[in-house]
Design a protein around this ligand. Structure first.
Ligand code: NDP
Length: 228
């Protein structure tokens, strides 16, 4: 029987919610004596989605929640204070969440906002489940150096990087790596017609339900650039 502790930065997003689904299924198996692994949640964080964060906290009972935007702080305090959950607000609280001891931390904040807390997790030698590849794009040298110096492990969560990570366990067997793309919503759109597409069309990815930024990045192929 093993208990692992985990924090989820960006728990209200697409990756954050999928992570919580996996945790819930794993914990249900544990409760039903089917599995031998159980997760305990240390911190959950969101930017503005305070209602969703409250629901998640009531269900998963983390030690701490962080809401970056302070507008609805009263509602969060009222809902979660009676449960004894520590509540912090503002971007600096993300650092506090990342510093809290946990076996692993899911880095699933979108964009450069994820960089500070993910580097903080690297400083304490955490096992970092990295969805936020933007960290590597915007400050890869600093991030990787910090991780190396502190023996932090980085496990890529983005599917392409995870697949590459797995095949590179036997690097001698790999001759070439090819990144593919599934197409996105504009696969069959003529280039002349791209000037008129709307944000709604851009986020309507035919295969995946993801956050808005990565969906737009897929539609424009920018996501392949970030992956590369
Ligand atoms: P979402 O937009 O769905 O979720 C982003 C999360 O980050 C939310 O919890 C959001 O809070 C929070 N957030 C947004 N801005 C800030 C901020 N300024 N400060 C703190 N928190 C913030 O994104 P995804 O889950 O789609 O993507 C997350 C990361 O994973 C990205 O780096 C993306 O490239 C990567 N990724 C995602 C995949 C997917 O399938 N979705 C696949 C591969 C990689 P709130 O809900 O309150 O806005």
């Amino acid at each position: 029987m093993s208990i692992k502790t985990i924090s989820i930065l960006g728990s209200t997003g697409s990756i954050g919610c999928s992570t919580l689904d996996v945790i819930e299924q794993t914990n249900n198996n544990y409760s039903n004596n089917i599995g031998d692994l159980r997760f305990e949640i240390i911190a959950l964080t969101a930017n503005r989605a305070y209602k969703q964060l409250i629901e998640q906290a009531k269900k998963f009972k983390p030690k701490m929640v962080v809401l970056v935007e302070k507008e609805h702080c009263d509602e969060v305090v009222e809902a979660l204070n009676p449960l004894g959950i520590k509540i912090s607000f503002g971007p600096e609280a993300l650092i506090e969440a990342a510093q809290m001891q946990s076996d692993m931390i899911m880095a699933a904040i979108v964009g450069a906002a994820g960089l500070g807390p993910t580097i903080e997790a690297a400083k304490r030698g955490a096992n970092i489940l990295l969805a936020n590849k933007e960290c590597l794009v915007c400050a890869g040298d600093v991030f990787l150096k910090t991780a190396k110096e502190n023996n932090a492990k980085i496990l890529p969560v983005d599917s392409e990087h995870n697949a590459i990570f797995q095949v590179l366990q036997n690097p001698k067997e790999v001759e070439k790596l090819i990144l593919t793309a599934s197409g996105g919503p504009f696969l069959n759109t003529h280039i002349d017609n791209l000037y008129d597409v709307t944000p709604e069309q851009a986020v309507a990815h035919p295969n995946w339900q993801m956050g808005k930024k990565i969906s737009v990045d897929c539609a424009s192929l920018m996501n392949k650039g970030l992956e590369l």
